[in-house]
Design a protein around this ligand. Sequence first.
Ligand SMILES: Cc1cc2nc3c(=O)[nH]c(=O)nc-3n(C[C@H](O)[C@H](O)[C@H](O)COP(=O)(O)OP(=O)(O)OC[C@H]3O[C@@H](n4cnc5c(N)ncnc54)[C@H](O)[C@@H]3O)c2cc1C
Length: 423
Amino acid sequence: MIMQTNQAELNKIKVYGAPDSRNAYVIRDFLRRSVVTFEWVPVQDMDAFKNIFPELHTEGKELPAVELPCGNFIFDPGIEDIARNLGWITKPKHAEYDVSIFGGGPAGLSAAVYAASEGLSTVLVEREAVGGQAGIRSMIENYLGFPNGISGSDLAERARQQAVKFGVEILLIRKSIKSQFTDRKLHVDFADGNKIIARSNISATGVEYSRLNIPNEDLFLNAGVYYGAGASEAFLCTDKHVFVVGGGNSAGQAALNFCKQASKVTMVIRGNDLAASLSFYLLERILSNNKIEVLYNSEITALHGHNFLQEITISNSLTDSNTDYPTKFVFVCIGGKPNTSWAANTSLVRDDAGYFVTGPNLFKPPFDSLWNKMFTPSFLETSVPGCFAAGDVRHNSVKRVASAVGEGAMAVTFVHRYLHENY
Ligand SMILES: Cc1cc2nc3c(=O)[nH]c(=O)nc-3n(C[C@H](O)[C@H](O)[C@H](O)COP(=O)(O)OP(=O)(O)OC[C@H]3O[C@@H](n4cnc5c(N)ncnc54)[C@H](O)[C@@H]3O)c2cc1C
């Protein structure tokens, strides 16, 4: 059943599932971020559906199901099963690379394009779909050269194609279980048994969304509570009351995106002022949009429902009151923490929040006492020679698509210098 195909060619995938299914949400989110055109078929009447697909009776298969372009079905698949069936999961082609890049967001994709186009043998390792945080954005409006904006998934797909054109090897849905620096090289073991070795490395693993940290959060994860802008869900919010938690630009953009379909969007923010956290152009649009309401001094404190979210409680710290609201959609956009836990047992210096410290910052307190200072790191180089960090994962980074792309490109220049001086 395994087919070889590329993302752009796919146009016939269908996803079947119960309207409230959290597994179906994960599938839709993955396909959307991978820029795969698919049809979502909500299954309201399971008995009628079972009559059309007898294997659901006879083999005890479960929804959601994905109908592949070849007409075959896979039942209750994880994203790895889907990627494997689409021929996207490949083994590393080489035992050793000039540079390995971890993270397929804007920083990693940019580094990959520049590295491969400048002749370095390059492998890009991504644990999910390419695109990173930008990949889930419905519209990036401030990226240079796109006056009408560009969707995050389009930008990611264009970058992926560019990287592939220059010969980057992309290993998708890959989890590393062990990383160590031996003989001045990074050795990585993957959960599937494969290994790679690289003479230099760029960590571009970005950040992970913060949680609300309230009871029942796991129960409603992807079943009413979503992290990030939830671009794949916007079309399901038609005429619904949607709640967006957070007052930063990502929350503001999400609110504007949802209000195109939703009957009402409520932004829930802890502070008493949006202007402090939101860009002016978003602030104006939000305050003048009569579908958007802002609840200040407010926090979601409880989630209610059975298998799917049905109601939330919002507490107001000024009035010391609680109010319940019926809703099936809460999108949490409150920032995140860096994806650097893999570096916990390495000598890579990280700040208190876990971001990689690079370049001149390594010589400043308190970081200067955390490493051996045996070399002078270049601007994006970490405390391990030949290991660079780019984009949001870096201490004091700017947290913009453009700066992540710029740092990815810059890191490759430092990789060249390092390889030239050491090999
Ligand atoms: C909702 C939202 C809206 C935003 N809007 C804008 C905007 O309008 N304009 C703008 O300029 N910026 C915007 N930003 C910020 C911008 O998206 C980020 O600054 C940018 O994506 C950072 O890129 P990055 O490559 O450093 O990291 P990320 O985009 O976070 O990408 C990191 C990648 O690494 C992968 N990864 C993590 N750990 C591992 C691992 N161990 N192995 C392999 N892969 C791993 C992740 O899956 C991810 O794909 C927004 C961010 C959010 C969340």
